[in-house]
Structure formats: structure tokens, C-alpha cells
Design a protein around this ligand. Structure first.
Ligand code: MG
Ligand code: ZN
Length: 191
């Protein structure tokens, strides 16, 4: 039997990069200085690194899909220059209710991928044969944590970005992505 892979799922805004509101072009993406080091450590420890991000900028007609691709290209190339690799990026372009006049209507709908729904996690599991029970999610928002719980992941909140405000509590809270990764690697070394 081939061993299933372990993954660390990362929210994007407020975890890897500064959450400066709707990010609509590559120049607006400011990656935290510690992000590459953290992701590189996950790479070296054999975890798949999978970004799962709600990007209602598409449904809101603030950003085209082609522009979001450029934003993610910048994310990947900036990290790669520091030897950090993102294995996959999943995004939800939808939103359930945006006024018609302000929307890109084909993306205005109830979907299965917008966090807190676990659709992006389940898609990644299918694509990469991930053992979710051995995997983690790191997020700054309640909906990341709820998504992780819905998918059976260990949930880690970070104090950057939205600082996990709300009633849904993660399994553990750490200062930032780097501290969260240190925690994961410490558990791994003890098991
Ligand atoms: Mg976030
Ligand atoms: Zn969606």
C-alpha cells in the first residue's frame, strides 16, 4: 500500500501575506518576511503545502481570473526565490450574494468550495491522495478554522490578519505562520 501524504493547508491573506483588503493585482500582494522560511521548513519535513483561499474578488468583479493567476504566479515566484515551494493553490471565486450590477454573475452562487465549506480540502485530498487525519490547516479567520474542523484537520489559528476572532476556536493559537509551523514540526518529532 502506498503511503498517503500529509499536508498543511494554508489560508492566503493574513497568513502568508498581509491582508490589505481585496487584493486585485500582483503589486498589492505583500508577503510576510517569515513566510518563505516557514514554508521551506514544511517542504523539508515532507508535507505537501496547499493554499486554500476564498477569492470573492472574482464574483465581485474586482479582479479577473487571469489577474488572479498573475497574483498567484507572483506568490509562487517570490517564495521560490527563497527556496519555498507551494505544491498547489485552490481558490473559491464565488460568493452567494452580490448585487447583479456589481458582480461577475456566473460566480454568484452557493458553492461547495467557499470556506467554511470543506470543498477545496476534499478536492486536494482527491488530487493528491492526502491523509486528512494527519494534516493541518493554518488560518487567521473563523471560517478557516471551521473549514478545517469540517474536513477533520488539526486547526491552528494565527494572530496575524484577522487573529481568529469569533466563537469557533482552533485546536491551538500561535503568533504567526512561522510559529505555527514550528508547532507542527515539534508534534511530528514527538510522534
Ligand atoms: Mg485570511
Ligand atoms: Zn466556491
Amino acid at each position: 500500500m502506498i503511503k498517503q501524504k500529509k499536508a498543511v493547508f494554508l489560508d492566503r491573506d493574513g497568513v502568508i501575506n498581509i491582508d490589505s483588503g481585496y487584493i486585485k493585482k500582483p503589486e498589492e500582494l505583500k508577503i510576510y518576511p517569515f513566510a518563505a522560511k516557514a514554508i521551506k521548513q514544511l517542504n523539508n519535513a515532507g508535507f505537501l503545502v496547499v493554499v486554500v483561499t476564498n477569492q470573492s474578488v472574482i464574483a465581485r468583479n474586482l479582479c479577473a481570473e487571469s489577474m488572479l493567476s498573475l497574483i498567484h504566479k507572483k506568490l509562487e515566484t517570490d517564495l521560490a526565490t527563497n527556496d519555498a515551494v507551494i505544491d498547489a493553490i485552490y481558490f473559491c471565486p464565488h460568493h452567494p450574494n452580490i448585487p447583479m450590477s456589481k458582480s461577475n454573475h456566473k460566480f454568484v452562487k452557493e458553492c461547495e468550495c467557499r470556506k467554511p465549506k470543506p470543498g477545496m480540502i476534499f478536492q486536494a485530498k482527491a488530487d493528491y491522495d492526502i491523509d486528512l487525519s494527519q494534516s493541518f490547516i493554518i488560518g487567521d479567520s473563523e471560517r478557516d478554522i471551521q473549514c478545517g474542523k469540517n474536513a477533520g484537520l488539526v486547526t491552528i489559528g494565527v494572530k496575524t490578519g484577522n487573529s481568529v476572532q469569533g466563537s469557533v476556536k482552533p485546536d491551538v493559537i500561535k503568533q504567526d505562520l512561522l510559529a505555527a509551523v514550528d508547532y507542527i514540526l515539534q508534534i511530528k518529532s514527538e510522534s
